[in-house]
Ligand binder design. Sequence first.
Ligand code: PGA
Length: 252
Amino acid sequence: MRQSLVVGNWKLNGDQQLVEQFAKRSAEFDQQSSSNLEVAICPPAVYLVSAVAQLSRSKIKVGVQNIAAQTNGAFTGEISSEMVAELGGRYAIIGHSERRELFFENSQNIAEKIDQAISQGIVPIFCCGEPLEVREAGNQAGFVEQQLRQVFAAISELAVGKIVIAYEPIWAIGTGKTASSGQVDEMHRHIREVFSDYGDAEALCILYGGSVKPENALELMSLQNVDGALVGGASLKVDDFLSIVSAAASAG
Ligand code: PGA
């Protein structure tokens, strides 16, 4: 059975109080977690230490939303995977479409970041997904395949169990528009097929992201090729995030 994972991506949101809310309610998340389902939150990196400490007795893992492509040195403002690992971070979201668009990340530095994460035992959550115009032109499969192959070709060590992929159609992020079940399952199947050239595709954990909320979580999480969710907006409300986690747990 494949590993399932539900990850909260707080983006540039949240505060110390939200970390505390999660810590207070962590037992409810722990009830839903199992050897097959892991839950993680990725607050802004300044909250990493506090979140790891406050969740130390919980099963909820903590991650970051970005790491440096470099190990150390004169890179003002960056945070290395070694630092994240030292402080107990477990996951790093890498190559999110907002980072590609707003901070000019490309396949080369995304691959370097994935290498950095893996070298420190941090699980990279590598994001892919097409913009609206590509979907409208019907070219989404080729677009996503190219995103994947460019990065896979540049990664020095690629192993299932060390990488998680998140499919996030850009037109569904933060828009309230969710991809349909058919669109999601078809793309996840395609991603698995592409990955079979590089590793054990059947064991690959593929998350869906883009306006996942309590109302659509069960349908999405029940899809054969969906192994969890990367949740933005709805991860900022403990109740909403908990009900998405519960949906993932009941979808098995
Ligand atoms: P959203 O964001 O759930 O708010 O659409 C998802 C993401 O960007 O990871």
